[in-house]
Design a protein around this ligand. Structure first.
Ligand code: UDP
Length: 386
């Protein structure tokens, strides 16, 4: 198989994982990124004053059930033990999330056993809702009005800028409800934090003689002509110059502040009430519990509609956006020699492990297409994006 010239747009997890896989097979890879650093939104850097490792674009916690992905990342870093335990401030009290037996007992001022709590929540849930479609219906059905209003209603309004009655049930399905005292935010088999931060982990993935990384470099349509194939992890609507309009995203603003000592005593404190303008405060030294720092760096996190020039974070994927997405997908499906990947390229909310798994399979499918001599059949998307 002859060596191919590949352009990868975006030096985030998608782009760098694909670059790494293809470089190992002898292909020549150029990775470009318009930012002045690699690692995309999982970029982390030490705060100069305190030495705390800061998740510059907000908290990123690595968790997965995918053993291949876990082994893959462990080649580039030491994954330190980390368990995400989220707290929530509501009505002048601090609770444990996701909703678990401690939360239920504290909230209802009871001492329920698991079975008693199950019965209590079943009684609180609205069983007349048989097929919940919206976030609100899902919450009312499975946790009932009181817990929904305390923990989900206000937070979700702030996070998504719209009523939970207009959001899909799938968003809430990300969160478990537990009838024991397990307060681990995630259910996955593997969870951890890269010992020296995400940036170094991604730098190591990109460190190969066949990979050339160019930062502060924008993609130009003419670039395509000079390569055998392009993997594009920028935004799909951006690729087409936003010609049908912009796909909706939420962006985040971080109000960064330093504190001498210990500000809140945990990594993530959610503020679920609507009248508190931010959604959560993160105290970054708690993302590296094996380190000791006197000083502290915190982010107050605010969510709002993403406009031109803002960093897109969460794809909204409401009905209106899906119609717009369809127009872009039709254009993309007419392309050859390009694969759209990642959160922005496929307009889906992706956790880091899923991003890596999809990037690995995009690279593998490209390599398979070369072996089979089926370049033309190379899919524009390697996953279902609808
Ligand atoms: N959510 C909420 N209250 C909370 C935490 C989460 O209402 O205290 C809702 C909110 O709508 C959020 C969704 O549950 O978007 C999924 O939560 P997750 O923690 O997975 O959000 P992410 O990590 O994606 O920001």
């Amino acid at each position: 198989m002859s060596s191919k010239k590949i352009l990868i747009v975006g030096a985030g997890l998608s782009g760098v994982v694909i670059g790494h896989k293809l470089a190992l097979q002898g292909h020549k890879i150029d990775i470009i990124d318009s930012r002045d650093h690699l690692a995309g939104n999982c970029y982390s850097a030490r705060d100069e004053q305190s030495g705390v490792m800061v998740h510059t674009y907000g908290p990123h916690i690595f968790h997965t059930d995918n053993e291949a992905v876990w082994e893959f990342v462990n080649q580039f870093t030491v994954m330190m033990p980390y368990v995400n335990r989220v707290k929530a401030t509501v009505n002048g009290q601090v609770f444990s999330l996701p909703i678990n037996l401690h939360t239920i007992n504290q909230f209802f001022n009871k001492t329920c056993s698991p079975d008693e709590a199950r019965a209590l929540i079943a009684e609180k849930g609205d069983s007349s809702i048989t097929d919940p479609q919206t976030f609100e219906q899902q919450a009312l059905r499975f946790v009932g009005k009181e817990l929904y209003e305390a923990f989900f209603k206000g937070y979700t309004l702030k996070q998504w800028g719209m009523s939970p009655a207009d959001l899909p049930a799938s968003i809430l399905k990300r969160l478990p409800i537990r009838f024991n005292y397990d307060d681990n935010y995630f259910n996955h088999k593997f969870q951890g934090m890269p010992r020296d931060g995400y940036t170094i982990m991604v730098e190591k993935m990109a460190d190969h003689e066949n990979i050339r990384l160019r930062l502060n470099t924008r993609y130009e349509a003419a670039d395509r002509l000079r390569y055998d194939h392009v993997f594009y992890s920028g935004s799909l609507d951006g690729f087409y110059g936003y010609r049908f309009g912009r796909l909706g995203y939420r962006t985040l603003d971080f109000d960064k502040f330093s504190y001498q000592g210990d500000y809140q005593g945990c990594a993530v404190m959610n503020y679920c009430e609507q009248q508190v303008p931010y959604t959560r405060i993160t105290e970054h030294k708690y993302f590296s519990p094996w380190e000791k720092h006197e000083g502290s760096v915190c982010y107050k996190e605010y969510s709002r509609a993403c406009e031109a020039g803002d960093i897109p974070y969460y794809p909204i994927r409401q009905v209106g956006e899906m119609a717009l997405l369809e127009q872009y997908l039709r254009l993309a499906e007419g392309e050859k020699g390009i694969t759209f990947v990642g959160r922005l390229g496929t307009y889906r909310y992706l956790d880091m492990d899923v991003t890596i798994a999809e990037a690995m399979s995009a690279a593998e499918r490209y390599l398979a297409s070369l072996r089979d001599g089926q370049m033309a059949a190379m899919p524009v998307f390697t996953v279902n994006v609808r």
